[in-house]
Design a protein. Structure first.
Length: 202
């Protein structure tokens, strides 16, 4: 999968905000989910903690989960917990978090797998996310829309050039995937190529 790549580029990630898009993602989390000083938060695939650093003073506790050891090593704040791992097997108790968010990471869950395995992997990850989310907790996916011009280019780069087997969705496509879990969903447009889907666990 693309983990070795992320280990190699970890040094530059804290310096890059992709033309301010990470700040837009942070604002989208605030707008769509709200933040509470008592919130226990999990950032899945949070890498170097760019988003977590923006949120840390607005919540009680935040943990960054990532598969890249080098990415996590770039988080220097004592306020942010770091956990090496993946969404397939979350080493957390049931109903641990008030808010779980995934920024530009959900499509990487299938990296390294064959297409025939995609549905099984995605199902396992979503079940783990919902298991560790508190009742009435918020789960937020922020993704690139693969029906947009930029989204198509990103999908081409990751799958045709890098050969990662990333699995991208349109907003409607992701909502359809989530229907089987009997959760409430809301879609938010961030810009012309990014969107957010908020899930409320009943």
């Amino acid at each position: 999968m693309g983990i070795s790549y992320f280990d190699k580029v970890a040094w530059i990630y804290p310096l890059v905000d992709f033309f301010g898009v990470k700040t837009k993602f942070y604002r989208s989390i605030k707008k769509s989910c709200g933040l509470n000083k008592d919130d226990i938060v999990l950032d899945v695939g949070g890498g170097t903690g760019i988003i977590a650093k923006m949120l840390i003073n607005e919540v009680k506790e935040i943990t960054v989960l990532d598969q890249s050891k080098n990415m996590l090593s770039k988080i220097h704040s004592d306020k942010i917990k770091k956990v090496l791992g993946s969404a397939e097997n979350l080493n957390f108790k049931d109903k641990s978090f008030d808010l779980i968010y995934l920024v530009d990471s959900f499509h990487h869950f299938t990296n390294g797998y064959n297409k025939e395995e995609y549905n099984k992997v995605i199902d396992k990850c979503i079940k783990e996310l919902l298991r560790t989310l508190k009742n009435n907790g918020r789960l937020l996916f922020i993704e690139f829309d693969n029906t947009s011009s930029i989204g198509k280019k990103i999908e081409f780069f990751e799958n045709r050039i890098m050969k990662w087997n990333s699995n991208f969705y349109s907003p409607k496509g992701l909502v359809n995937v989530l229907k089987k879990y009997k959760v409430k969903t809301e879609v938010y447009k961030i810009n012309n190529y990014c969107y957010a889907v908020k899930v409320i666990k009943k």
